[in-house]
Write a protein that binds this ligand. Sequence first.
Ligand SMILES: [Zn+2]
Length: 238
Amino acid sequence: MILLIRKQKLFILFACSFILSGIILLTRDKVITTIPAVSSDKPLYGKKIVIDPGHGGIDKGSSYEDILEKDLNLKVGLELKKILIEQGAKVIMTRQSDIALDDQNRTYTNRHKRDLQARVDIINHNQPDLFISLHVNYFGRKFRIRGPIVFYQDHKTENKVLADKLQTRLNSIEYEGVEMLNNPSRKGDYYILNNTKYPGVLVEMGFINKEIDRWLLTHHQFQKLLAQQIYRGILDYL
Ligand SMILES: [Zn+2]
């Protein structure tokens, strides 16, 4: 009798583990089949790119009335993400919503510096082929300058190459009769550029205090166009 129970128990145990492993195999199969296959003929196949929409959360960046830099950066960043993924790249975003990153770093007492270091950490940790940091400029003085300017750090020659490729593409934008100026790319002393180990640039997409730029930057179609041209510049570079 005892032997019979043991046998029964053993059988039940065996049957259970058999069913369980079947379930695991089935669900594993399901997981595998849901991963979208990235086609190797896509132009950015095998490339890893970090997109860094500047500011966020408590840090609104530059602003003009209720137009905030942090929102514009994120909108273009998400458009760029969409394009790069479509073209086969692996994309890492430093943020995908309206958040600051200062709670991800404890190195500094200064909140702003913790936020910037968290972005640097994401870039250095992921070892991307390149990164793009997105910002909107503000100029207090009445210079005639407007439109996108790409900033780079010249500790690596490829930074300037990337900056020039992006700048050329951005300068060629024409939107509803508005042409860009022929802005040159510039050397920039930015924390994110100075402290990252991988090629990258900081794109100031326009001046929030300039009426034309503000009009452009708040247009969804122009935001998409910016993302499209940044993608083309990336292709030119790669
Ligand atoms: Zn900014």
